[in-house]
Design a protein around this ligand. Sequence first.
Ligand SMILES: [Zn+2]
Length: 67
Amino acid sequence: MDTSEVFSRIVAIYEDGGVVPACAWCGRVRIDDTWVVPPPAALEAIDARNTLSHSMCDACASRGAPA
Ligand SMILES: [Zn+2]
């Protein structure tokens, strides 16, 4: 998945009124069960505060979250 696809997927979810799971620790977002770094433009294009759902990616979960 390239950057432009990630961008369009995030915007599509936002326009559908959905939420995008986002790792609270590293900032990756989950698209189709894959954690990817979102392009900054995508976060500016959506209402990130209401569209991102704080979660934890597999890498951070396996590492153990900081207390
Ligand atoms: Zn993470």
